[in-house]
Design a protein around this ligand. Sequence first.
Ligand SMILES: Nc1ncnc2c1ncn2[C@@H]1O[C@H](COP(=O)(O)OP(=O)(O)OP(=O)(O)O)[C@@H](O)[C@H]1O
Ligand SMILES: [Mg+2]
Length: 460
Amino acid sequence: MEKILIVDDESFIRENIERILTEDGYRPFSCDNGQQAVALVSDEEIDLVLLDLNLGSKSGLDVLRELKDIDPEVLVIIITGYGTVESAVKALKMGAYDYIKKPFKADAIRLIVRLALETKSLKRELRKLRRDDREQFNSTEMIGTSLALCEVYRQICEVAKHEHATVLITGESGTGKELAARAVHNLSARKDRPFIEINCGSLPHNLLESELFGHERGAFTDAKTRKIGLFEEADGGTIFLDEIGEMDIGLQVKLLRVLEDRKIRRLGGVRNIDIDVRVVSATNTNLKEAIVARTFREDLYYRLNVFPLHMPPLRERSEDIPRLLDHFLQRFCREFNKPPREISREALDLLMHYSWPGNVRELRNLVERICIMYDVAVIGPKCLPKELFTEAETADFVPATDIPPGGIVLEEVMARLEKELIVRAVEITGGNIAKSARLLNIPRGTLRYKLRKYDHGKSS
Ligand SMILES: Nc1ncnc2c1ncn2[C@@H]1O[C@H](COP(=O)(O)OP(=O)(O)OP(=O)(O)O)[C@@H](O)[C@H]1O
Ligand SMILES: [Mg+2]
């Protein structure tokens, strides 16, 4: 039975609400002042508070603050009289759930209370789900509790249950695709069978083919003995085809056939061998573009992409950064036998606002480097590489913007601005092309081309 506390200094209002709530099957408590309200919320597991803002002695807003301090989860609905809507808005900003104006009808109270409690139980449910998924992930080394990552955990748990489903993991470099692939395997019924990994970009295609499918003795000049392929080795388990976008188009046809028939044939062999393998593949390239460019087969793409998993880039889940930093700091300090470290507020601020083009791998490598290079108890901005600062400055850099009454020709203005910035970069670096290109974050070739263009503009 949900417990609801009514805080109002007018006794008839308290009694009126108590009666309504009792009828609806809730357990009401009531009091007429802030101190008692605070005491009740600390002693009882109160689910919802109906709080009058005009309590005489103590301001309702102060009471609200105290209640939220004791129990940040407690739901508070504000009761306001005439002319106090402004304070109600303030209360909402302070975390009140909603407000209701006096005088109110019984049905209005019923509705607002029911909705508030439903929201609360939904939230609790959601959190529990997130916790359950996370617990399963304790065994997989994946760190992070952002909503984006929890959604990934949920999908991994789901796909792990379907032990034949083919999975395609996409995401930028360093976002944890390999960890996700291992998690799919480790959380599935196949977990005690092999997890075999192969990087499709690491071998020339004929070698990759014999790695994957194996060969019979004499299948080609160097095939002195029979060799079992990775698909056979992975039997009953999972094969992880990393960088699938790099696979040769001829080999793609063969892989497609394997996925369709669930059989392989060793190179030079005559017999088809049944295999029971879950295929998980990963790529950080855009396969749709590769299909358009005809370097990737569309039919294979659909075969692989039965269950898509997308790993979000770190910059879209910066809330995970503190935990990841902590995790890697502990790990590397232990590994290098160094005392534990902390990160200063300023340094953390820079790390949180950095764009992490290399994602978690970049963060991991940075922490490792810091642990090796600096013997300090607190890691401050001085220990951080310069990218983190230049990026922060760039984000703030805004060129003068104003539009005269007669309007502008955008393209001309842009061209002029570009030229000014390029000339300025060359000036700053004393004419060093490589440094200028770095300052502008453009390829050297592009910079040379543009400079030549301006030069021609001058002479003509
Ligand atoms: N959520 C995470 N928690 C802890 N470590 C992580 C997480 N995500 C990635 N890592 C670590 O970051 C590094 C890169 O991860 P992983 O190799 O899985 O990335 P990837 O997406 O396969 O990258 P690439 O496309 O470059 O192969 C690894 O050291 C991995 O352990
Ligand atoms: Mg990888």
